[in-house]
Design a protein around this ligand. Structure first.
Ligand SMILES: Nc1ncnc2c1ncn2[C@@H]1O[C@H](COP(=O)(O)OP(=O)(O)OP(=O)(O)O)[C@@H](O)[C@H]1O
Ligand SMILES: [Mg+2]
Length: 198
């Protein structure tokens, strides 16, 4: 099965593009969803994180206090690396396990930090969803209600749009409206189907 790695900067439209491929009947593996599930209450990964970062990153009900953990890793690269060392191998083994159960011409692996985690070789092709930075920031502000400074700081921790596009096999431009996006996804869908027949 052809593995398409879908990536892009924060708020560029990865989840939206994933949904469009899912609407076309294609299976989606979502690294973000997997990492959320891994840190659900009582999960071994959450226990490990609490051992490393202390119980203050847990809420009273035992769930992860996301804001507290984010605050701990923001601007602290050592803490961020410790967290990634716990989560990333588990995310990738879960992706691999899901892949084994799939059938079909191709599947989409949505991996927001594909380049940052050096996961290029995990997939056969890299599809980058991109939009201009003004649109990107406006969409994240509307969705997450974050300050401009915070969004810019997150963008600065990710590889640049130029780097992503230079290393992509395929690019979706999500600077415009949803109709244009759906058309681009449909074209790619047909292209990936044709590749899978080779
Ligand atoms: N073409 C579009 N037109 C208008 N709004 C859009 C478009 N594409 C995405 N959005 C909106 O922009 C926001 C970000 O999109 P989305 O959640 O798909 O991005 P993402 O790359 O998955 O973000 P994250 O990196 O946070 O996971 C969402 O609120 C979404 O509804
Ligand atoms: Mg998303």
């Amino acid at each position: 099965m052809l593995k398409i790695g879908l990536t892009g900067g924060i708020g560029c439209g990865k989840s939206t593009v994933s949904r469009l491929f899912a609407d076309l009947g294609m299976p989606i593996i979502d690294a973000d969803e997997i990492s959320h599930r891994l840190v659900a209450r009582g999960q071994p990964a959450l226990q490990r994180i609490a051992q490393v970062f202390g119980s203050e990153i847990l809420l009273e009900n035992g769930e992860l206090n996301r804001a507290a953990l984010k605050a701990r890793i923001f601007d602290n690269s050592q803490a961020k690396q410790q967290l990634e060392a716990i989560l990333h191998p588990l995310v990738f083994s879960s992706c691999a396990e899901q892949l084994r159960s799939l059938t079909g011409a191709y599947c989409i692996l949505s991996i927001p930090l594909l380049f940052e985690t050096h996961a290029e070789s995990f997939v056969d092709r890299i599809l980058v969803v991109d939009c201009d930075e003004t649109t990107q920031i406006a969409r994240v502000q509307r969705r997450d209600n974050l300050s401009l400074e915070r969004i810019q700081a997150i963008i600065a921790t990710q590889v640049s749009s130029t780097f992503r596009k230079a290393h992509a096999h395929d690019i979706v431009d999500n600077s415009k409206n949803d109709t244009t996006l759906a058309e681009q996804v449909k074209k790619l869908h047909n292209f990936y189907l044709s590749l899978s027949h080779c």
